[in-house]
Design a protein around this ligand. Structure first.
Ligand code: HEM
Length: 419
């Protein structure tokens, strides 16, 4: 019966071909490490967030007078409502952990470079959508930190030249964050995950066109690839098991770990919390915002600190594959960058006083300096490494690429010279 149904579908739609071609028999490098599990984990967390979100939406009330109480109702009265909420709130943090590791892996191995630029750029769109979704969702519990966080972030748009004030009112739907803001944030928070899912499909189509990179940095020959199933389905499921142990540890034993105590108080527009902090995953960018004394300058620096990742394929001019693996200067820059982001995160969590301000300014300068220095050091580093000698396969690859480039250039010149 099942076989006949599939045959019926296959005559009208390439289902079996698609599953074989893109999943089970999809050729995958045999040497992928566990760092390559995080894309799959991101997909899993996306599905988890969408599934728990839909059930939360059945009980949540997007009304400034009811929102806070409806969350308490979910926690206390709805069957397993506490579980739904803790899965969703811990899931938001888990999503960022997974995505930041996914991005760090890509940075370390330089997988953003040709031919994977579109995979990287669609990933960048996913990062922006994810940040927007998290920010919108944080208002929904209508606690003190939700309210004042939204107040601070929306007021940043005031720095926009000429239309700043009008823009803020337009975003909030009111002169202050209020009921109109809550309902529009709710509508968009519901919509954005579907956009994320659509962009994930584009991300994966782009990935399958160029195939995954691998830790050696060398494009493997067909014989060095293995089918995705059962090898990587098993590896991904094992990784998922480990992830779930840690994730469930937080959900069941420390569900408040990622939640702000001030958010257990209902929003009060007449009382500002002593210290307004965003969620941990925004802290480094928040620190960049505060480190520039001018309001507009701070907003521009913060937006740039996120968008600058998109320029990486253009900034990195080295032709040595494998990213940090074979490039000592790039490797040092990578570790310095990770340390700098952690320092920025700490700065963002502290009240902006005394030494914290200075540390924030230095860390912000280092952050941008590392991006600015990449085009400066990548070519000299490449020349130095080629002179010093690389592993034979890598050296061969770089030389073959240089020959191909020279041949293309010669062909172009010949074509231009011909009548
Ligand atoms: C909802 C979010 C995302 C999902 C579901 C997702 C999913 C995936 C999957 C399944 C893979 C293949 C397995 C792997 O290499 O880990 C992948 C690869 C990749 N992703 Fe993502 N991704 C997401 C976000 C991002 C972001 C934010 C970036 C960077 C800004 C990014 C950049 C890349 C790159 C460059 C690759 C290719 C890596 C390589 O071949 O070495 N992704 N992604």
């Amino acid at each position: 019966m099942g076989g006949r149904l599939i045959a019926w579908i296959d005559e009208r739609f390439p289902l079996t071909w698609f599953i074989r071609h893109e999943l089970t028999e999809y050729p995958t490098p045999r040497n992928l490490t566990y760092w390559w599990n995080f894309g799959f984990l991101a997909g899993f967390v996306l599905v988890l967030q969408m599934a728990t979100g839909i059930f939360l939406a059945m009980h949540y009330k997007p009304d400034a007078g009811l929102a806070f109480d409806s969350v308490q109702h979910i926690m206390r009265d709805v069957d397993y409502g506490w579980l739904l909420r803790y899965l969703h709130s811990t899931g938001a943090s888990a999503f960022f952990v997974v995505i930041y590791v996914h991005m760090a892996r890509t940075l370390y191995y330089g997988s953003y470079r040709s031919p994977r630029e579109l995979v990287w750029w669609t990933g960048q769109v996913l990062l922006l959508l994810l940040m927007a979704t998290a920010f919108l969702g944080y208002l929904l519990p209508w606690g003190q930190m939700s309210y004042w966080g939204a107040q601070v972030i929306t007021s940043l748009f005031e720095a926009t030249p000429l239309i700043g004030k009008e823009l803020v009112v337009w975003l909030r739907g009111d002169f202050v964050v209020g009921d109109a803001t809550l309902t529009r944030f709710y509508a968009l928070h519901f919509l954005f995950p579907f956009l994320i899912a659509a962009v994930v499909v584009i991300h994966l189509i782009a990935l399958h066109a160029v195939k995954s990179s691998n830790p050696s940095g060398i494009n493997l020959e067909a014989k060095d690839n293995i089918p995705f199933h059962p090898y990587y389905t098993t590896k991904d499921l094992f990784g998922l098991g480990v992830f779930l142990v840690v994730f469930c540890g937080f959900v069941f034993f420390a569900p408040d770990f990622f939640l702000e105590p001030a958010n257990y108080e209902p929003a009060d527009p007449m009382r500002t919390p002593e210290h307004i902090v965003p969620e941990w995953y925004f802290l480094p960018f928040y620190a960049v915002l505060r480190s520039v004394p001018d309001k507009l300058g701070g907003v521009v620096a913060m937006v740039l600190s996120i968008l600058i990742f998109a320029f990486l394929p253009l900034l990195d001019r080295s032709r040595i594959p494998g990213g940090a693996r074979y490039r000592p200067i790039y490797r040092a820059a990578f570790y310095l960058f990770v340390a700098d982001v952690l320092v920025l995160g700490w700065v963002g969590s502290q009240p902006p006083e005394g030494a914290v301000i200075v540390v924030g300014e230095v860390a912000t300068a280092v952050y941008f300096l590392l991006f600015a220095l990449l085009p400066v050091f990548s070519k000299p580093e490449e020349r130095w490494l080629l002179r010093r000698g690389l592993p034979p396969k890598v050296q061969e690859l770089v030389e073959a690429e240089a020959r191909q480039r020279a041949a293309r250039e010669a062909a172009r010149r010949a074509a231009e010279g011909s009548p």
